[in-house]
Design a protein around this ligand. Structure first.
Ligand code: 4AD
Ligand code: MG
Length: 479
């Protein structure tokens, strides 16, 4: 018999239908005459209940039907007598496909901490929480491509191995096939990278932006969605060393068009989750309510689904960096020195505590900050007339802080070149990027959405390690 997925079974199967289901046992309850198995196959948060009459000859397999075991059941769909589900499957045959020895299987049916689940990342796909996150993650990946397809964008696969540092922050993982214990040297004692695989120094990309910009000058609307790597030693709940980034780049768009695109895109993704992932969102919402039960009112966050709708219903505030600094300097929190980093003057980089103050306390909705000091932003950003700021924008979200970073780009060859020289960025690494400003240069803008930051927001999870299957963080590359 052909297997039916549990999601389809719960939605479509008619009473009396004969079906085959396969999956992993979540729980088993047995009495003298009958056993109930809760079975899950990952297609949905919901389990199908399997009823096994102990008089059935295959009931001899029941001792091996333990939590985590894989089984296959042929049976008949019946209306359920229990209150938790509408239908269940009465087994005719019961086969154990793969045992999960109960003495060893770590994922027993009880509440596990998220920390513990991280330690068994190879098994956590079988937990309700990580199953829900995995389905939402897939849904968001799909929605990203759908949004851009519907809006006339082309997906560009930008390289993962590069010779440049797009963000200029020097936080790169180097790539080499040289023997690190015996590096070839040049006459003046430096490492001879001409002997390396690519004949030059290379690293894992921190962003696909520079390459995707070249595609934009020809294709008009493009985006890249790939893994990016940052060797920043940030052990926070919002940083990964390996994360996925979505970077659209649009010809003829200025910074205002860029803000419009960012807001529309984020709202589309959130709406998509509400339209397609409600079962999983409800599960995560309940989970969050449970977690926060004991906490004082002030520390509780807005209920997940309400929070998602709230973002859809409100226009993002658009504020300049200069205005934001004014607000922060004059805030009680700053005056009473309650920020870890006190704001004293224009020009400093904002910390996530400041971003969250603006979003959660002051504006109480998402905020797009624009026109940052040039000195704290990357070399490629459009220089403003005032000589001090650049046309940069960060989108700030509740609980997350920065979810998007972007800008209008400097399209003027002379200005870009002098900035590159001023920052002492080797021109030979970026000759091709500079070339784009020589041949048919146009104003253009783009941004990067951190995919896992989006996932944090949509799932309401508190730690970025819990929204990516195999997190890479300082001192951790297990699995
Ligand atoms: O602000 P960032 O560094 O911008 C860029 O890389 C630009 N090249 C993007 C562009 O304009 N095309 O990074 C963009 C976003 C951040 O807003 C954040 O959401 C996410 O990427 N991000 C991280 N996410 C997880 N872990 C990290 N270490 C991250 N660093 C940045
Ligand atoms: Mg940024």
């Amino acid at each position: 018999m052909k297997r039916i997925e549990i999601k389809t079974l719960l939605k479509n199967a008619a009473i009396g239908a004969e079906v085959n289901v396969k999956g992993w046992v979540r729980t088993k309850r047995a009495s003298k005459n009958v056993a109930f198995i809760a079975l899950n196959d990952g297609s949905t948060i919901h389990n199908i209940q399997i009823v096994v009459d102990t008089a059935l000859s295959d009931a001899e397999n029941l001792p091996k039907v333990t939590t985590g075991a894989a089984i296959s059941v042929n049976g008949v769909v019946v209306a359920s007598q229990g209150s938790n589900q509408n239908i269940e499957v009465v087994a005719k045959t019961l086969e154990v496909l793969g045992e999960a020895h109960p003495d060893e299987y770590p994922l027993q049916p009880k509440k596990h901490s998220l920390e513990f689940l991280r330690e068994i990342a190879h098994l956590r796909f079988r937990s309700n929480t990580f199953g829900a996150i995995t389905r939402i993650r897939h849904s968001m990946i799909f929605a990203v491509h759908q949004y851009f397809t519907q809006n006339g964008f082309f997906n560009i696969h930008t390289p993962i191995i590069t010779g440049s540092d797009a963000e200029g922050a020097g936080e790169m993982f180097q790539i080499t096939t040289l023997d690190v214990n015996n590096m070839p040297k040049t006459e003046d004692g430096n490492i001879d990278y001409s002997k390396d695989f690519f004949g030059k120094e290379t690293n894992l990309t921190v962003s696909g932006q520079l390459e995707v910009e070249t595609a934009m000058l020809g294709m008009s609307k493009v985006y890249t969605f790939g893994p990016t790597f940052r060797a920043e030693n940030s052990n926070t709940t919002r940083h990964l060393a390996e994360f996925w980034m979505i970077e659209p780049e649009v010809a003829f768009n200025d910074i205002v068009d860029n803000m419009d695109l960012a807001e529309d895109f984020l709202k589309y993704l959130i709406q998509y989750a509400l339209d397609n992932n409600m079962d999983d969102l409800l599960f995560l919402s309940n989970r969050q309510l449970e977690e926060e039960k004991g906490k004082p009112e002030a520390q509780r966050t807005m209920e997940l689904i309400e929070k998602l709708k709230f973002v859809l219903e409100n226009e993002f505030a658009r504020v300049t960096y200069t205005e934001a600094i004014e607000i922060l300097i004059n805030s009680k929190t700053n005056k009473k020195k309650k920020f870890q980093y006190i704001i004293e003057e224009w020009g400093i980089d904002l910390q996530s505590e400041h971003e969250r103050y603006l979003v959660e306390k002051h504006f109480q909705k998402p905020v797009i900050l624009v026109d940052y000091p040039a000195s704290i932003k990357a070399f490629y950003m459009k220089q403003s007339e005032d000589g001090k700021t650049v046309r940069a924008m960060d989108v700030l979200f509740p609980q997350i802080g920065e979810i998007i970073g972007g800008s209008q780009r400097e399209e003027n060859y002379e200005k870009l070149k002098s900035k590159i020289n001023q920052l002492e960025i080797p021109e030979e690494d970026l000759w091709w990027y500079l070339d784009t400003r020589k041949f048919g240069s146009v104003i253009h803008s783009g941004f990067g959405l951190g995919f896992e930051r989006l996932m944090l927001f949509v799932t309401g999870m508190g730690n970025i390690r819990d929204v990516i299957p195999f997190p890479r963080t300082p001192q951790n590359a297990e699995f």
